[in-house]
Design a protein around this ligand. Structure first.
Ligand code: ASP
Length: 577
């Protein structure tokens, strides 16, 4: 290797030496007869100075931004007063410059990266990835993969690859389908997760499995979703929920320590689903800050304020002083999240003014006591059916976080568990019960008897979510290993025996051949890396993501396909553009 080292590795040790560096021209400037080249590689930038009488001058004079060059020269400290820290403390006095390749003028200025339209960045992603921030994201991600692999290998986990061309796995999204040429009229589904395969690996006796698995879900896109994404998928046999959570905590702590040098306090706090919803209005509460709800249902029951008098639940949040404009914004959020409005009052001395204050008079003392609202502070109320009320106020809580920058006062990272999710969820639209996690999740043993009764909504699942700074970064469960319980679960979600056999017959067969008790979890790996990197979208930590319309503007995927290729797989396009 001709190169002395990466630019970012240059240090005091190299002072006085002749170094050879290779990279891209970040910027070229001419000043007082000198040429200055900022040379960049994936590790950093250093300034190269080419003097008019240098043998390198003629070649250096041809370079432009993004040319690929090799530079040889003397490494020395920059004059005092011009030192910028790191490699910015030094410069290279060039004795040789070789242009290894030229470059067209980039379609956007790389150092304006963030301000550039996303589709342009994605179209020229290889240029976008040259930006220090993006390179840092990919390197951080690679380190996280290494840390995970190291920990799980050392803990007896076996890495196994499961198929990409398979059949539907129920994770609640639409499937991506791949037509089969050899079996005309039939399709494969890309896996929404390796769920059934990892359970089969437990039945096979592998005992500890993991995989960095690509998963495919055809759903509407948001900042933290991609149609193809990566899960860190794990499964363990002969374990209880506590066993799974304990390994996960050590793994997560290991990853943060190795990648960021950050110590996460263990164990992570655990909240039940009910508590999380009741106190924070979310099943993935951001616990970097407090702002917990108080329950005041009883204070208004049967009272004169009709909107609260017969509400199932009245919750209240004690916020700081808020402007009219802020209140308006919060009301908009509450409405967007299903509330009819956002009732509020302001504390003045020991009374309440504004908003609905004329209705709270009699309860002033108790409201003050339960909410602890500061003088000048605002109380924000949500009332209605329990889940609707807490969800709306939960959204208001997150808006307050953003409006008042509440998270910055807390820890940089806060990880917690949400446990005891409901086993079943009632879908109002179809009027039927459906699974909350997936249909293979085990209920709490003591709750099994509630299947098929009027109380099946109360069945708690042995399911858990891992929550980081308000993002769900992992989810899993103990699985059903008893075919009789599996049958009751299918019955509860209205899946007949025939339908179940049709969908997962192979798996139901396997369950009857000696299935060990087992459970596992999958991390949303992109989302985790996004939060660790401090990025705002998972697209920022995926090398080649799709845009918000599910398309790749660089490779132009998806794309039309010619008739011959379609005919080969037995397809004909009916509608579309
Ligand atoms: N397959 C589940 C998911 O993708 C994770 C798990 O239960 O392990 O969410």
């Amino acid at each position: 290797m001709k190169r002395t080292c990466y630019i970012g590795e240059l240090n005091e040790r190299h002072v006085g030496q002749t170094v050879t560096l290779q990279g891209w021209v970040n910027r070229r400037r001419d000043l007082g007869g000198l040429i200055f080249i900022e040379l960049r590689d994936r590790s950093g930038v250093v300034q190269v100075q080419v003097e008019p009488d240098s043998p390198a001058f003629a070649e250096a004079d041809t370079v432009r931004g993004e040319y690929v060059v090799e530079v040889e020269g003397r490494f020395q400290p920059r004059p005092e007063g011009q030192r910028k820290g790191g490699t910015g403390d030094y410069e290279v006095i060039a004795s040789r410059v070789v242009v290894l390749n030229r470059a067209k003028t980039p379609p956007f200025e790389l150092d304006k990266g963030d301000a550039v339209a996303e589709d342009l960045r994605l179209k020229y992603r290889y240029l976008d990835l040259r930006r220090a921030e993006m390179t840092r994201h990919l390197m951080l991600r690679s380190k996280a993969v290494a840390a995970v692999t190291q920990f799980l290998d050392a803990s007896g986990f076996v890495q196994v690859e499961t198929p990409m061309l398979t059949r539907s796995t129920p994770e609640g999204a639409r499937d991506f389908l791949v037509p089969s040429r050899l079996n005309p009229g039939e399709v494969y589904a890309l896996p929404q997760s390796p769920q059934l395969f990892k359970q089969l690996l437990m039945i096979a006796g592998l005992d500890r499995y993991y995989q960095l698995a690509r998963c495919f879900r055809d759903e509407d896109l948001r900042a933290d979703r991609q149609p193809d994404f990566t899960q860190l998928d794990m499964e363990m046999s002969f374990v209880t929920q506590d066993d799974v959570l304990e390994v996960q905590e050590r793994l997560m702590a290991h990853v943060f320590r190795e990648v960021l040098g950050h110590e996460l306090p263990l164990p992570f706090p655990r909240l039940t689903y009910r508590e999380a919803m009741d106190r924070y209005g979310s099943d993935k509460p951001d616990l970097r800050f407090g702002l917990e709800f108080a329950d005041v249902t009883d204070l208004f029951r049967g009272g004169e304020f009709a909107a609260f008098a017969d509400a199932g639940t009245v919750k209240v949040l004690a916020a700081a002083a808020l402007t009219r404009k802020q209140l308006g914004e919060l009301e908009r959020v509450a409405k967007q999240n299903g509330a009819r409005g956002l009732a509020w009052v302001r504390r003045e001395g020991d009374t309440f003014t504004g908003g609905i204050s004329k209705f709270v008079g009699g309860q002033t003392a108790l409201l003050l006591e339960r909410t602890g609202v500061e003088p000048g502070g605002t109380l924000l109320f949500a009332a209605g059916e329990w889940r609707a009320a807490v969800t709306a106020l939960g959204a208001v809580r997150l808006s307050l976080r953003d409006l008042l920058d509440l998270a910055s006062g807390g820890p940089r990272f806060h990880v917690s568990w949400v446990v005891d999710f409901p086993q079943l969820d009632f879908d109002e639209d179809s009027g039927s019960w459906t699974y909350m996690h997936h249909p293979f999740t085990a209920p709490h043993e003591g709750d099994v008897a509630l299947f098929g009764t009027g109380r099946q909504g109360e069945i708690r699942a042995q399911a858990y979510d891992l929550v980081l700074n308000g993002y769900e970064v992992g989810g899993g469960s103990i699985r059903i290993h008893d075919p009789a319980v599996q049958a009751r679960m299918f019955a509860a979600i209205g899946l007949s025996e025939d339908e179940a056999r049709d969908k997962f017959g192979f798996f139901l067969d396997a369950l009857e051949y000696g299935t060990p008790p087992h459970g596992g979890i999958a991390w949303g790996f992109d989302r985790l890396v996004m939060v660790m990197a401090g990025a705002s979208s998972i697209r920022e930590v995926i090398a080649f993501p799709k845009n918000n319309r599910g398309a790749d503007p660089m490779a132009l995927a998806p794309s039309p396909v010619d008739a011959a290729q379609l005919a080969e797989v037995g397809l004909q396009v009916l509608g579309g553009e």
